[in-house]
Design a protein. Structure first.
Lengths: 313, 313, 313
């Protein structure tokens, strides 16, 4: 009986370990659901086996660190210490080159878990969620280290440019369907159509309202970006969409969305995320860095903090 | 009687609405006084009718948002949710071009009110005022969005420059009187002499000590900038002055100025604002952005937070 | 007897004044020990008499400000208001030119004391130490003011560079011993071998464990920087080392280091400081600014805040 007990404990632990790992993946899109996490992992593996493994290992590392370092079990099991690790692992593996990038990606995933814990502590008084801020800042820092450290080999696509020589290229044919699906897939750096569809299915699995909000967020980003005269190529790639999708989900459904105006506030926040995305790309141009999910973080923080003072938002 | 009551209520509401709108304008210069707000509006209209209307509408929008979104009535009626909207509206209308700039300015004013509420929440624990931080960051972001969104047309005067090619041009004839008055007028982006005079009259209306401090702040900025070898053209335009004026008012009179050394601390803070203004212009050079009132915000935050630890400041 | 009392009081005050001044110098390397401070001062004087005097005067100014402005006596006497002043004074005197640099250095030291007090207030809720953040930001701001103010003459060694034209130069012969000692000396901007040795002696005086951790920090930085393919010249000058030394001391010994894993966490943080140092140099390249101790501040904040959530770190 004693042995049985211990076995069930182990299984329980193993189960909660696996569950926490998949939830860390689903928390990237603000959902705590292991099945959604598994679907998203399949979507990533479908477009790249190694990146899928990095995502899984990064989530796993975050859970191990959370357990060993004495983190609150509820937080660790909800995957809340791990979604930044998942994103850092994927982003570093995609934006670096050479064999060492896999090691850097996993080391970055480990640091992202510590950074997430640090931000949780700093922001707990304000009662504002950490979101993906740690992953973004960490990824920017590690990518820029490549200019000084030979082992970090930057993807040659990331070229620093002088703002004074920048020109806007608006020509091109917008593709509505691909733009919309990519807007959702790009939350996980996916611009492969079927990967986006499976990720969307994962969101619907967690709740039809969440799926609907994700689609609305992508539609709003598409319309706003097109209406404000953005370049067509990033619209088609979904590069304006993923921040709007995350912002819509966060503001309209996930955090403190008690007001009956919450869906409308979500739409306003999603619209705002488009010029903020455009602006961040400009700030980062001299460094050749991608904006990642920073406009989602900034717009969501803005609304969530404002809600504490203006409760009808 | 019931009808009478309701009428007086409506009038009361209308009155408090109008009062809050004008106070939002006066709060830009740290004063809660509807008459001062009206005088400032006249000063702005004198140099540009459309900009005056944008200022008025921006203040009005902030009050509407504050009311609809359930904000604390005292805060809304004091104009504390609106001064960032007034500045954002004016700054966006002046620094963008084309017909859409009016829409962007008013949308920016609306977001500025939300941003102000958000910052109020974030900073309430530290008991440090928000000042004009939200307007500055919002304006910088929306101006930079113009490099990616065709509808945002940047004023061609805002040119990104390479710091390594920058040269200091110190020649020119300093004009003391215009420099001093512009230093006050530039709080509202005014470099028309009589607009500056009317704004100063508005400050004196709210209190002779405030008027005196505003003049002292402008004199200190003039002397410090000239003494430290700044370029003459920005000195004459009052571009070093307005941050010093606001810093002097904030530190010496408005916030926590209980120590008998407060006026001297105000002078030190006003002096400090000059190199900080110079420095911010350098940080922003690669992006071609104006420093706005950021040096006022930084120097005032520095002193107000230090006062919590060093009470004799 | 009354006179005796007053005399002893005066002497007591004089003694505590001198002690606070030397402790302000030793607090730069996270140690509260007047003898260590004196040894460090001797080490600085050995390489440059004027810089030594600036260090001493900067520390003295911070103590005077702390007393006059009504600061808590314990904090002032521990030198906690002054270490940022010491660093700001040295950094400004070394990175500016011309006769006015001495005045600017001492004025900067005075503002650094206020900035430290301000940050103490802002960070007291999070229970995270201020570290050298105020000195870094202040020095960056005052150095950049030189592009707009003729009186600030920047050291011509600080050249803004375009990131797109940056090339990594890895050739050169690494010098282990000098690299290690410089890694400790550079905490006080010293690359003279014997100055580094005396500073290390001062650290050992305060505690053999601290001395050991300082050496370990320098070794780790050397190995990590070399292993990650950094340029040899900064490695030899100890420019990767001083941040790792400070990070190691802070994380493994000084702040909240109760966990038995604290030394290992210190080593991880010291390793992390190397890519963060590399990255900061890249962020600052367009402005030609030195990274100073920012990577120490960022890595230490990260771990100390994470420890509040993950207590086994």
């Amino acid at each position: 009986m004693d042995t049985d007990n211990r076995n069930s404990l182990r299984e329980g632990t193993l189960y909660s370990f696996i569950s926490a790992t998949f939830k860390a993946i689903s928390q990237v899109i603000l959902i705590e659901n292991a099945v959604t996490g598994l679907l998203i992992l399949i979507a990533i593996l479908l477009s790249s086996i190694p990146i899928g493994f990095i995502a899984l290992l990064s989530a796993f590392i975050s859970v191990v660190i959370g357990r060993l370092a004495g983190g609150d079990k509820t937080i660790v099991n909800q995957g809340l210490l791990g979604y930044n690790s998942v994103l850092a692992g994927i982003a570093l593996a995609l934006n670096l080159e050479g064999g060492m990038r896999w090691v850097i990606a996993l080391a970055g995933a480990a640091v992202a878990a510590l950074f997430t814990a640090a931000m949780m502590h700093v922001m707990c008084n304000a009662k504002i969620p950490v979101l993906t801020f740690p992953y973004i800042v960490l990824t920017w820092f590690l990518l820029l280290a490549s200019y000084r450290l030979g082992v970090f080999q930057l993807n040659p696509g990331l070229v620093p440019q002088d703002l004074s020589h920048w020109k806007l290229h608006s020509e091109g044919t917008p593709n509505l369907l691909h733009g919309l699906v990519n807007g959702i897939g790009q939350v996980f750096f996916q611009d492969y159509f079927w990967s986006g569809i499976i990720i969307l299915a994962g969101v619907f699995w967690a709740g039809w309202r969440l799926g609907l909000y994700a689609i609305i967020g992508s539609v709003i980003a598409w319309l706003t970006a097109y209406g404000l005269g953005a370049e067509v190529s990033p619209i088609n790639l979904g590069l304006y969409g993923y921040n709007a999708v995350l912002t819509m989900l966060a503001v309209a459904a996930v955090f403190d969305a008690k007001s009956r105006f919450a869906p409308w506030t979500g739409i306003i926040a999603a619209i705002l995320s488009v010029p903020v995305t455009a602006s961040l790309d400009t700030w980062l141009l001299p460094f050749g860095l991608p904006g990642l999910t920073m406009s989602f973080v900034l717009c969501t923080w803005l609304i969530l903090a404002a809600r504490k003072i203006l409760p009808n938002l």
